[in-house]
Design a protein around this ligand. Sequence first.
Ligand code: PLP
Length: 393
Amino acid sequence: MRSASTFNPPTRILLGPGPSGAHPRVLRAMTAPILGHLDPEFLRIMDECNDMLRRVMGTENRITLATPGTGTSGMEAAVMNLVEPGDKVVIGSCGYFGDRIVQMAERAGGVVTRVTSAWGSPTDVAGVEAAVKAAGNVKLVGIVHAETSTGVQTPVEPFAKIAHEAGALLLVDCVTSLGGVPVTVDAWSADAVYSGTQKCLSAPPGMAPLTLSPDAWDAVKAREVPCNSWYLDLSLIEAYWDERRAYHHTAPISMVYALHEALALVLDEGLEVRWARHEQNGRALQAGLEGMGLVLHADEGYRLPVLTTVRIPEGVNDAEVRGALLKRHSIEIGGGLGDLRAKVWRLGLMGESSNPGNVLLALSSLGKILREQGFKADIGGGISAAAAGLEGA
Ligand SMILES: *Cc1c(COP(=O)(O)O)cnc(C)c1O
């Protein structure tokens, strides 16, 4: 039998598409004593999570909670609760996660129009507008704010206007943006927004913040057939998060502790300060990669600071480079997904992982390995370009 003593996860520097590194305060919170899920002290912690979630998401929506499960549980809760069989849905997809929303909406029985953009460009405003008009009587328009497969940020406001002029609800995936780039649910007038704990909130994977506007909640309440998912039925989950405290599932106690501490850390730092930190480190990394002679993949003007896609140079072995980074430097970066497999690397600077030291370490380590692979990376040029971007940090 294998001994339990073989359990010894190393400390990695997580610079991939998630999970990101967690703050020690978050990890410490997870070792606190387990409370019953109806213990008054636990309920108080949940209420605080609720208040902090509203502040971090920029909303006064009453229906604001966290679903049990990773970011995908938030996506599935939003889609399965809002889409009924026969509902018309338009999804603007510019990458892997947009496609995942399409699959879910189809499984929910929706009649889905997918408006596809190139993997590296933002979601197509005119295309979505035309699709909404052509379909008529659309119930839900969905987009991904921060597309982690491509490193692209899609501005939300135009889609809110398109959806609301057509009498539809707007769903926005903010899994990678929340806590890293501005997410302002009420200012956007977005109707269904979800995220995850493991990206810019810097807690382990395991919960998904979610908020619904009053209109979206009305749509959930007005369903003719119950939601296809029992576990993620928001009417049932909400009855536990609100003052009724009706048992639905046993809350993942330690993950709620982690969420609580992660949100407190975001608010202690201050949203604006935190956004500026991610912006500065992300732009410095991007300047550094270009300074080394590499080519960024995402369209200029739409690049996320928290997730950078960079093209793998001709003749360089994707797996060998990522393997060497992990083995020699304990750095994790991400490979390409779907259409971008073996074509790009994905470098995340999310939450705790977003700091100047990691920017410089990533550049020098990657530069050295690229030179071994025969690509003449200008390491000095890259480091000085990044350092210029970090000045004043
Ligand atoms: C990571 C991610 C998800 C899924 O989150 P999991 O925690 O992996 O379930 C969904 N959407 C986007 C944009 C993501 O980056």
